[in-house]
Write a protein that binds this ligand. Structure first.
Ligand code: AMP
Length: 220
């Protein structure tokens, strides 16, 4: 199968992509991971992507599309793949459609989580200013609010995790995610998945949805 996973930050896309790809023996392709690896390795691609990524902007389509199409054309993608983080623009979706002519995308799974839950997930992380220990209000809170269990120091919130920063990130991502949901909805490929509750429950919903997908790519 050739699948795309859509979802706002905090929806659990990366985690679910890994689990589903493993269960269905698909190649998990995350463009975010590919860019991070390229930056770490100091390649030409990494140099091109670095400044956009550090500003939180999208890497230009010319760079991103070329990288992704080269990846899905490699032999290890012949078993099928699950895309995570691509496409993020309509131009990327169209370029993918053109490249996959004859073996189209089988399904686009859109993991939906109410925005209040996403805010709670994304703003709940607190870090110890001294020892770096990480806590989360929802699933690993400190014993005393605002204080590290290990060294009693004050817990602080990273800039990335502050409500105003998270809200801005959600706003930007909502715009392109919804545009892509319309694009794939019009193509009859979109399935909406309830992303609330335990991660394992979301995995089960995704697996049930996948069992109903007609395979057009020829990669069952
Ligand atoms: P992610 O881990 O998916 O959030 O991606 C991290 C960063 O990589 C993003 O903030 C973008 O700068 C870049 N990136 C990943 N995928 C894409 C894409 N499909 N189009 C443009 N930029 C991307």
């Amino acid at each position: 199968m050739q699948l795309i996973l859509l979802g706002l930050p905090g929806a659990g896309k990366g985690t679910q992509a890994q689990v589903i790809a493993q269960q269905h023996r698909l190649l998990h392709i995350s463009t975010g991971d590919m860019f991070r690896e390229a930056v770490a390795a100091g390649t030409e691609l990494g140099k091109q992507a670095d400044s956009f990524m550090s500003r939180g902007d999208l890497v230009p389509d010319e760079v991103t599309i070329g990288m992704l199409l080269e990846r899905v054309a490699r032999p290890d993608a012949e078993v099928g793949f699950m895309l995570d983080g691509f496409p993020r623009t309509i131009a990327q979706a169209e370029a993918l459609d053109v490249a996959l002519q004859g073996q189209p995308i089988d399904a686009v799974l859109f993991i939906e989580v109410p925005e209040s839950d996403l805010m709670a997930r994304l703003t709940g992380r607190w870090t110890c200013s001294e020892c770096g220990a990480i806590y989360h209000e929802l699933n690993s809170p400190p014993r005393a609010a605002g204080q590290c269990d290990d060294c009693d120091s004050k817990l602080t919130q990273r800039d990335d995790d502050r409500p105003e920063t998270v809200q801005a990130r959600l706003d930007v991502n909502r715009e392109w995610t919804e545009a892509l949901a319309v694009y794939y909805g019009d193509a009859g490929k979109l399935t909406r998945i309830d992303g609330t509750g335990e991660s394992s429950a979301v995995t089960d919903r995704l697996l049930v949805a996948l069992a109903d997908v007609p395979v057009a790519s020829g990669k069952a």
